[in-house]
Design a protein around this ligand. Structure first.
Ligand code: C2E
Ligand code: MG
Ligand code: MG
Length: 723
């Protein structure tokens, strides 16, 4: 088959192909069988025709045999004369033994130029006659079909000897007519059968192609709708049925994979856009939603409030109560935040303890402030986390689109600045963004750069504040408190830069400097033969997280040559709680060296009192806020009493921080507190001034209430230049 033909057939629809196959098979079969039938019929007809002619020639031969023997042409002519009655006989010839034409008959008006003997004259030579006879014998069959006459050559025998030959030509019209009739019948049969086959094959191909087309339609429907739950109904039990089963199995497989894929996609989507802990939108989704909200707000000239919420002291909660509790708190906070905003607004968690909210169409700053107020108020009630109940506050910063900024980044930055401002204002409040705050924020950046330089250049100074024994009135230790000599801003207190140093990663260097300076100072006092007084150094929780605390303490002691017994380390309650095991080990090692361990600002963390006995602690320093409120609040008074009682039972030394009044001093003394530290005794002062406390010189203001409050001779140790 030629290539284009092959291509043409290959591209035909299946229906056509099936039709083509069925019809070509049927046509070929019909054609062959009809051909066989016609050929067979032609053979029978021809034989019948020849048999008739042979019998006629036989009869003529018998009748003319004696005429041939006796060479009587007239008698021979008489034997063939009756042929004139037979309308279908065209010609008859009798050839004698010598091969000459002996007698001949020709039907009137039926002269046939093609008859071989006809053209010969009566006197034709035996050779010419024999040749013509042979030609007649040879063409007997083909002449019937092609020339329309039938011929027969029959020898005439007498007593077993050939005495002549009869040649007979007859009209083959009957034979041809019957043949034509048979062909027509065959063709008619073929035509009818072809039509029947056509109808049958159309039905047959429909039985094959219809389910296939139905399958194709189902495939298209499924792939268009991506609905892999659909199934196709098996139409029959043959191979097509198996194909349907296979297709259904494939769909099942795809459906399963599709489900897994969807689940994974949903999970990825969730991970990409939602915070896994609180299930709130994450930073990405919040940015996206806010960008859209701003776009709509700009078109409809509406205001959008962007609010930044940061939990106060979250890190301490995490450090002291553990990350699990911290996580539970975040979940609770997320739940509460969601109750304040409308459904069209978005609450998100940006990370850590930072939450953001945006409220659409807030109208004006007053409304935004109302929302912020509600958010702050959410933290009024304590959070119940498992067995414990804790109080947490939040600082909230609010900024308004389009007044404070146009873009997402700018608005969030401004809300962040406002939130920092709220924190600076004492926490648990909200602040609306003001352009001036930006200046403060950039001040912070400048201060951080300055601090970095200050650490490099050592722009610090140490002040010392004495702790006095309530029984003896003697100074037991001095706390070293760092100050920054800022070239432009003057002397800065630690609350202005310690947090910055922690955040800027400079706290370890700064602590090193403080410890070295304090130890050198203590060594100097020792060498000056002053009474042995410990020097206390504050260790930041950030610094304590480093694994080399012990090494750095040892290095300082070694390089300064200070007796470890004269060094005291103050760590906050929160630092104590983080990394429990490590802290305990390091503190034990430091204490074994003879260093005194104090817990600073005790009472502000969340540790249970009984937890403390696990740690190698010498001293508890009660936070100054309890001391400050002790006289006004019976709750604070009760806390102070409980801390003192517990610490005494644990054989710990107790120091009350921030003692400012004689009343405080007396109450603390009555309750059994060991030492006090505070402005009542002295503000933090430089090394020279603090050293006066160590001597027996009389620096007292003899009639001061504080001096009198202390027992007898102990009062003389109080510095007379106390504020
Ligand atoms: P702290 O360790 O609790 O130090 C005591 C703070 O209370 C000092 O503030 C001190 O001036 C203040 N104070 C003492 N007596 C009274 C009083 O009677 N009334 C009031 N209202 N306050 C009193 P200062 O020096 O501003 O230090 C603040 C905090 O900064 C310290 O609290 C300590 O946590 C931290 N700090 C100071 N120096 C360092 C240091 O070298 N390293 C580290 N990591 N932190 C330091
Ligand atoms: Mg301290
Ligand atoms: Mg303190």
């Amino acid at each position: 088959m030629s290539r284009p033909g092959e291509k043409f057939i290959r591209n035909l629809p299946l229906q056509r192909k099936l039709m083509l196959i069925i019809m070509s098979c049927c046509t070929a079969t019909l054609f062959v069988s009809s051909l066989f039938f016609v050929a067979r019929e032609a053979q029978v007809l021809y034989r019948n025709q020849q048999e008739y002619l042979v019998s006629l020639a036989d009869m003529i031969g018998r009748n003319s045999a004696s005429a041939l023997v006796f060479n009587d042409p007239k008698a021979a002519q008489d034997t063939i004369r009756p042929l004139t009655d037979k309308g279908n006989i065209l010609a008859a010839y009798i050839v004698n033994k010598d091969g000459r034409l002996f007698a001949r008959y020709q039907a009137a008006g039926a002269v046939h130029a093609a008859l071989p003997l006809e053209v010969l004259p009566d006197w034709a030579s035996p050779d010419e006659v024999a040749q013509a006879v042979r030609q007649v014998a040879r063409e007997a069959y083909t002449s019937s079909l092609l020339s329309g006459y039938a011929s027969v050559v029959k020898p005439v025998e007498l007593d077993g000897e050939q005495v002549g030959t009869v040649v007979l030509h007859a009209n083959a019209r009957g034979f041809l007519h019957s043949l034509r009739y048979n062909i027509l019948v065959a063709l008619g049969f073929m035509g009818v059968t072809f039509l029947v086959f056509c109808l049958f094959s159309a039905r047959l191909q429909l039985m094959i192609s219809a389910p296939l087309l139905a399958l194709l339609a189902a495939m298209k429907e499924i792939s268009a709708g991506k609905n892999f739950e659909l199934r196709v109904a098996r139409p029959c039990d043959d191979e097509i049925g198996l194909l349907y089963d296979g297709f259904n199995e494939m769909l099942h497989e795809i459906e399963e994979r599709d489900q897994i894929l969807r689940q994974r996609q949903a999970h990825l989507q969730q991970l990409a856009h939602y915070d896994p802990l609180t299930r709130l939108p994450n930073r990405t989704l919040f940015y996206d939603r806010l960008a859209q909200a701003l776009y709509h707000a700009e078109r409809s000239r509406e205001a959008v409030a962007v609010i930044f919420i940061d939990l106060d002291h979250f890190k301490d909660i995490n450090d002291t109560l553990g990350h699990r509790t911290g996580d539970l708190l975040l979940i609770e906070v997320a739940g509460r935040l969601a109750t304040v905003v409308r459904s069209c607004d978005t609450v998100a968690r940006l990370g850590g303890d930072e939450f953001t909210v945006f409220c659409q169409n807030v109208g004006n700053a007053e409304n935004a402030a109302l929302v912020a107020q509600k958010l702050v108020a959410l933290f009024g009630a304590p959070f119940r986390l498992g067995a414990s109940e804790i109080r947490v506050t939040a600082s909230v910063g609010v900024t308004i689109f389009p007044h404070d900024g146009k873009g997402v980044d700018e608005l969030l930055m401004n809300a962040d600045i406002a939130m920092y401002h709220a924190k600076g204002c004492g926490k648990n409040v909200y602040a609306l963004f003001d352009k001036k705050m930006n200046e403060n924020a950039s001040e912070r950046v400048t201060l951080l750069a300055d601090l970095r330089q200050a650490v490099e250049q050592g722009q610090f100074e140490l002040h010392y504040q004495p702790k006095v024994d309530l029984m003896t009135g003697k100074v037991t230790s001095v706390e070293s408190l760092v100050r920054w000599m800022h070239p432009r801003l003057g002397l800065l207190a630690p609350d202005k830069f310690i947090r910055l140093a922690e955040e800027g990663g400079m706290i370890a260097e700064l602590t090193d400097w403080v410890m070295r300076t304090a130890c050198l100072q203590a060594r100097a006092w020792q060498e000056a033969n002053l009474a042995p007084v410990r020097v206390a150094v504050n260790l930041s929780p950030f610094h304590f997280q480093r694994q080399d605390v012990k090494q750095s303490v040892c290095a300082v002691l070694e390089s300064t040559g200070l007796d470890p017994a004269l060094l005291e380390i103050e760590i906050t309650e929160s630092a104590l709680m983080q990394n429990d095991e490590y802290t305990c080990r390091v503190l034990s090692e430091l204490r074994e060296m003879g260093i005194t361990i104090s817990v600073d600002d005790f009472g502000t963390g969340y540790s249970s009192l009984s937890y403390l006995h696990r740690f190698p602690i010498n001293t508890l320093k009660i936070d100054r806020t309890f001391i400050l409120n002790m006289m006004k609040s019976s709750e604070d008074q009760a806390i102070v009493t409980a801390i003192i009682a517990m610490a005494r039972s644990l054989k710990m030394q107790i120091v009350a921080e921030g003692v400012e009044s004689v009343e405080q001093l007396e109450t603390l003394k009555d309750q059994g507190c060991h030492e006090i530290q505070g402005f009542l005794v002295s503000r933090p002062v430089n090394a020279e001034r603090v050293a006066r406390f160590f001597t027996d010189e009389d620096h007292l203001q003899p009639h001061s209430a504080a001096a009198e409050a202390l027992q007898g001779g102990t009062a003389r140790h109080l510095l007379n230049d106390r504020p």
